[in-house]
Design a protein around this ligand. Structure first.
Ligand SMILES: Cc1ncc(COP(=O)(O)O)c(C=O)c1O
Length: 451
């Protein structure tokens, strides 16, 4: 297709099937991919179909999002119906019934008094929204000096400027200038010497939360707005919170009037066991929870931020006609996404999927830890239906060994995800025990043959 053809002529003709150049793929090795593409053309339940007609077992729920499996009938029908009935409604100063219903449903799934829900379109937007709400909350209460945000080393909070500023993954930050001012970081909690091969949450490391006291002493509590952490850090390679660690963070934040934000973009909706949130699993009450992914099971983009009643109430002052929060997106609470969200929540409930996640967890744990002793493996970690296999990197070629495992698994009909030299697994919650066996048998075959 020549660039000189008119746009009308271009619209009437199909793009050349083999032209992969125009699409700049996110978080991908573009040149390597385009030289040897891996394409999915369909998905159903636990499987993807490739363009050459192969079935691939989904051990990653897409990107940690398709928790109910693929193309589930209730969601498909709800989306089809909604787009016919009301395709879009303005998000500002107008409403539509489903977004109110979804907010109420999400609020009932949240722990404690996280009673109010702000909608976004992604995890990154949820994080930036949560950080802005935290700053504005202190501002409207007359504590405008609380502007500092505290994240954690190795944290992943999406790719907005807020998220990469509080995040702690070096490559996600270093190319992008000076980021937000006034951000500090807690140390990460990963320690192979102390915690390798822990099953579930590790014993060692609660004291690392005390580092927050040092940060408070350094800057002054009156300058700190919020601490944000993933209860289980996912994208950085599945790092579990040491026993008592999140409780300590909660205590220190409460003592100093600092808001605690749990970024539950991957941990929410049954991923960690029989509860909608990891907060509930760990018994720690944050002030704000960010979500996305499992909210619509990856079908239609949608994120959400659940905030404590005290935060919402602090904004509901001033003249009745005044806008209380100067923030929002054109697609906040999009009708089609709201319909997908409601149908997804119905599916979790009707199929008892959070409970199923908890019931399968011991089987998952045993099958995963049975890989111990295979070549290259230096740690195995798990909680709920999350698993991680950390491998020793090839000297001078970090990430290469895990990526080779990814390629070989794909050839053998298994989709895994790798981050650094860690294989991260997070299957849809509808997975069966034979499918769990299939994942680990394929992985075992592949890992044994890795260089
Ligand atoms: C904890 C966490 N926060 C935020 C995000 C960003 O979500 P999105 O890619 O939808 O912007 C992710 C994505 O993996 C995540 O794991």
């Amino acid at each position: 297709m020549s660039k000189t053809q008119s746009s009308a002529a271009q619209q009437n003709s199909k793009p050349a099937a083999n032209n992969l150049e125009a699409f700049w793929m996110p978080f991908s090795a573009n040149r390597q991919f385009k030289a040897a593409p891996r394409m999915f053309v369909a998905a159903k339940d636990m499987h993807y179909t490739t363009d050459d007609g192969r079935q691939v077992l989904d051990a990653t729920a897409g990107l940690w999002c398709c928790n109910i499996g693929h193309a589930r009938p209730k969601v498909v029908k709800a989306v089809q119906k909604q787009i016919e009935e009301l395709d879009y409604a303005p998000a500002f100063q107008m409403g539509h019934p489903k977004v109110f219903e979804l907010a109420s449903r999400v609020a009932t799934l949240m722990p404690g008094t996280l009673d109010h829900v702000f909608f976004t379109n992604s995890g990154s937007e949820s994080v930036d929204t949560a950080l802005k709400i935290a700053l504005a909350y202190h501002n409207v209460r007359g504590q405008a000096g609380r502007t500092r945000l505290i994240g954690r080393e190795r944290g992943y909070h999406g790719v907005g400027f807020g998220g990469i500023s509080v995040g702690g993954i070096v490559n996600n930050r270093k190319f992008f200038g000076s980021l937000l001012n006034g951000v500090d970081h807690l140390p990460h909690t990963h320690n192979l010497k102390e915690n390798a091969y822990s099953k579930g949450i590790p014993n060692w490391g609660a004291h690392l939360a005390d580092e927050l006291e040092k940060i408070v002493a350094l800057h002054g509590a009156e300058t700190i707005a919020a601490v944000i952490v993933e209860p289980v850090a996912g994208s950085t390679g599945v790092l579990l919170p040491p026993k008592g660690y999140l409780q300590k963070l909660r205590e220190i934040c409460t003592r100093h009037g600092i808001l605690l934000i749990f970024d539950e973009v991957i941990t929410a909706f049954g991923r960690c066991g029989n509860a909608a949130t990891a907060a509930e699993i760990f018994g720690v009450q944050p002030d704000i929870i960010t979500m996305a992914k499992g909210l619509t099971a990856g079908t239609i983009p949608m994120g959400a931020v659940a905030v404590d009643k005290k935060i919402y109430d602090a904004f509901m002052n001033g003249p009745e006609g005044a806008i209380e929060l100067f923030h929002g997106y054109t697609y906040s609470g999009h009708p089609v996404a709201a319909a997908a969200g409601l149908a997804t929540l119905d599916t979790y409930q009707e199929e008892g999927l959070f409970q199923r996640s908890a019931e399968l967890a011991p089987y998952w744990e045993n099958a995963l830890h049975a890989l111990k002793g295979l070549p290259h493996i230096i740690d195995i970690r798990n909680i709920g239906l999350i698993g991680a296999i950390e491998m020793e990197g090839i000297p001078g070629k970090p990430t290469a060994r895990a990526f080779e495992a990814f390629l070989q698994c794909f050839e053998k009909g298994l989709l895994i995800r790798t981050t650094g030299d860690t294989i991260a697994l997070s299957p849809p919650l509808i997975i069966s025990k034979p499918q769990i066996d299939e994942i680990f048998s394929t992985l075992s075959t592949v890992i044994k043959k890795l260089a």
